[in-house]
Design a protein around this ligand. Structure first.
Ligand SMILES: C[S@@+](CC[C@H](N)C(=O)[O-])C[C@H]1O[C@@H](n2cnc3c(N)ncnc32)[C@H](O)[C@@H]1O
Length: 244
């Protein structure tokens, strides 16, 4: 789906003190970027930041980095944060524009990320070979492992069942242990849950929201994230390609 360019987004972000288009320059120094030294959480693919704004406002004792690839949505993230904070200074969030496929260039182990949120990432289910673009694919998880502290968590929500079940295998292969899982988050009573734009859309259509928390296990993980294929997935991939 093509989104119309929002002409106001880039100029507003350019003068926003809590936006950066130079995320790589902060690698290893993200903690210094915030006035308070406190836990650092990361939201990947934050979109318009509907839930980000509420989450950041509610947790002043946590610093956040909210990341997306396009200023088109980050302009809305900034506006949502500004509207939520009102007259209060915004000190515990940085908005960063970056392609998460290369996130190892942005965060280092010294950044000591304690939690990552992935909400409704693109499912990439149309063709098996597209799965490697998922923000939960081993290509990504193995990058996150490097800068996530031991015991650090990834909180993942989606409406998409194939993405969800396959992601469970990705996490398992990449040295993460499951701490919590629900197939219907809104019926589960889990709180607090900050409802994102896509979450609102899918749940209003009656689609149950799948939610899981994984914890990073310590120690080395011996997988090649580029060549890794899910058990059974290779055959499906070959069949699908043959049909092309
Ligand atoms: C389906 S939207 C979900 C937005 C929001 N998290 C929500 O739940 O409403 C996926 C978001 O991920 C972003 N995204 C996808 N691939 C990305 C990448 N490689 N790097 C950064 N952002 C990405 C998109 O721009 C989009 O805003």
């Amino acid at each position: 789906m093509h989104m119309r360019t929002k002409k106001w987004a880039k100029p507003e972000l350019a003068v926003c003190p809590y936006f950066t288009d130079e995320a790589e320059s902060l690698r290893g120094r993200w903690r210094e970027r915030f006035p308070k030294d406190q836990p650092l959480y990361l939201e990947l693919g934050c979109g318009k930041g509907v839930s980000t704004a509420a989450m950041v406002y509610d947790q002043p004792s946590v610093n956040f980095v909210a990341m997306d690839i396009t200023c088109n949505v980050l302009g809305d993230t900034r506006r949502n944060i500004a509207a939520t904070f009102g007259d209060k200074p915004v000190e515990n969030v940085m908005i960063a524009r970056y392609d998460i496929a290369y996130i190892h260039n942005v965060f280092a182990p010294e950044d000591r990320i304690e939690r990552i949120y992935i909400n409704f990432c693109n499912p990439w289910t149309k063709r098996p070979k597209y799965a490697k673009r998922r923000l939960t694919h081993p290509r990504q998880l193995m990058q996150y492992r490097d800068f996530l502290v031991d015991g650090g968590e990834i909180w993942f929500k989606t409406d998409d069942m194939p993405l969800f079940t396959e992601s469970l295998q990705y996490f398992d292969a990449c040295g993460f242990e499951m701490r919590y899982l629900v197939n219907d988050l809104h019926a589960s009573g889990f709180a607090p849950n900050y409802v994102s734009e896509h979450e609102q859309k899918f749940s209003s259509l009656g689609v149950p929201i799948k939610f899981v928390i994984f914890r990073k296990k310590s120690g080395p993980v011996e997988i090649d994230p580029v060549r890794w294929v899910m058990p059974g997935a290779f055959a499906r991939l070959r069949n699908a390609e043959a049909e092309d």
